[in-house]
Design a protein around this ligand. Structure first.
Ligand SMILES: NC(=O)c1ccc[n+]([C@@H]2O[C@H](COP(=O)([O-])OP(=O)(O)OC[C@H]3O[C@@H](n4cnc5c(N)ncnc54)[C@H](OP(=O)(O)O)[C@@H]3O)[C@@H](O)[C@H]2O)c1
Length: 215
């Protein structure tokens, strides 16, 4: 299951997982407009800021081994914590933190039943407290919170065989990342690494390209 699977890194993750033989649910706010992907791929309506949408998706999903919480908004490079409209920040949290949180809760029965569940929270180096400075407030604070959620869920779900990690795709040339970033396939590969971990793989970690990042 991939949220925001209709463009950017999410679409590339859908393509990568499908090429590996996964049955992939391509979450999209407008599934009719989602690009078709070769393989066993099913576009399904999903708005992670809408509880009803999440509930309908979870009800229709018999099985899930992997959840990729990819959907995110508000890379607010122009913005400042000192002056930002907090409603803008709340909207960012609704998608970047609570969307991932609610979707994970909703799919926990399937992930637990899998016995090999994997949750990948697509995070960002921007959310690393160790290197954080001013600017990009809604985005970097919401990603830091997503990192904290990653640690918290990993601690709670270890006993269920569910590995939960935060993964940065690197700077990627998408609508969000803009020109100059690396190809989407490279960003997707960083994310997929966390989706296909073996049972003895890490949990509660922060990675880019399979290498640990400082929180
Ligand atoms: N690009 C980078 O350089 C970079 C760097 C570090 C981390 N990341 C992270 O990588 C992930 C993907 O980024 P990207 O660059 O591919 O971004 P993007 O091109 O802006 O795509 C964002 C995706 O999220 C979806 N989305 C937004 N709000 C949603 C909602 N409420 N419900 C469901 N889907 C929603 C969008 O759907 P619509 O088409 O409907 O808007 C779109 O599919 C994000 O978590 C981002 O923070 C990106």
């Amino acid at each position: 299951m991939v949220s925001g699977g209709n463009r950017g890194i999410g679409l590339a993750v859908v393509r990568d997982l499908a090429a590996r033989g996964f049955t992939v649910i391509q979450g999209a706010r407008d599934p009719d407009a989602a690009p078709a992907v070769d393989g066993d791929v099913h576009a399904v309506r999903l708005d992670v800021s809408d509880g009803e949408s999440i509930g309908a998706l979870a009800d229709g999903l018999a099985h899930a081994d992997v959840l990729v919480n990819n959907a995110a908004i508000a890379y607010d490079t122009w913005n400042r914590a000192a002056s930002t409209d907090l409603d803008f920040v709340r909207d960012a949290f609704e998608t970047n933190l609570f969307g991932a949180w609610a979707l994970t809760q909703a799919l926990l029965p399937q992930l637990r039943a899998s016995g090999h569940g994997r949750v990948v929270n697509v995070s960002s180096g921007s959310g690393a407290l160790s290197s954080m400075g001013g600017g990009t407030p809604a985005y970097q604070v919401s990603k830091a919170a997503l990192n904290a959620l990653t640690r918290t869920l990993a601690g709670e779900l270890r006993g269920d065989g569910i590995l939960v990690n935060a993964i940065c795709p690197g700077w990627v040339a998408t609508d969000m990342g803009g020109a100059g970033g690396r190809p989407v396939e490279d960003g997707a590969a960083s994310v997929v690494w966390g989706a296909v971990l073996s049972d003895d793989g890490p949990t509660g970690g922060f990675f880019r390209d399979g290498r640990p990042l400082a929180w």
